[in-house]
Design a protein around this ligand. Sequence first.
Ligand SMILES: [Zn+2]
Length: 323
Amino acid sequence: MEPIRWKTKNVIDSHVHFEHNQPFQHFYDNADLANCTKYAVLGLPFLAEQNDWLLEIKRAQPKRFFIFGRLFHDPAKVARGDGGYLVEQVEHLMHAGFDGVKMWEGKPVQRKTVVPWPFDHAYYRPYWEYMAARGVPVTVHQGDVATCWNPAKPRENYADGASFESYIREAEAVLAAHPKLRISFAHFLWLSPWLDRLDRMFRAYPEMRIDLAMGSEYLHCLSNAPAEGRQFFTTWQHRILYGTDINDNNSFRMTHGKAEMLRLFLETDEEFENLTALAQGLEPPVLHGRSTFRGLNLPPDVLENVMARNFEEFAGAEPKPVP
Ligand SMILES: [Zn+2]
């Protein structure tokens, strides 16, 4: 398999993971194959040693990897709704050489198992205030794809919890309360079926960003109306970050499929197949009436922003050194 050949010189994947289910070398080989200039490796909260592994990756290749640490929640303080201690954790991460914070606490399952509070609860207020004042970038997983709440097929963690809409309102409440917060919502914030909503949010909150990590829902949605998709990306070309969700669990074929699908989607006007489904030997799913995709063929200046410049604006042009 050949490494991906990108149209733009500089490519930063803002959203990859390392779970240590494979050796570090497999992760680095995946990075070679996707062939980006740099990567941001985002911490996952279900892995206790996650921050240590991220530091190990950055020490091994300090110019290539940004790292976004995870937070640890103290059950007694969570129960009291007292989250002031999270500020010290971020200070510690920043001193240790982390570039930002990743929050998975907006995922419905996390609300049931770790922190029940929504992001606009007092528990998080000192933390958001600190993040906004210091300009620390934060990537947030908020909600999940709206079809998880399908009343005909209610799923565990979704059926009796907060609605999809309440997760979006919660995001808006945080943005309104902390307008200087440097925040990027992963997975298109699941709003590709409602571009007008996203449009209003981008207009209202100038520091808000989204990333393109799959969840492939937005690929299905925007492929149905590529001209509208191209217009949306052009209008908001400074607010959308390239990202794939590549993980060390991924085979070479899967990694290549993720990056190549986004290359075809962003750089070309071709019709193409669901390469990640094929990489897993799965029947490509039908979502929003289609199983194949159509590229947006973005203009070169828009591509340069989405592929790298927006991440540099968000988290800096170079990873911070590890002391
Ligand atoms: Zn992810």
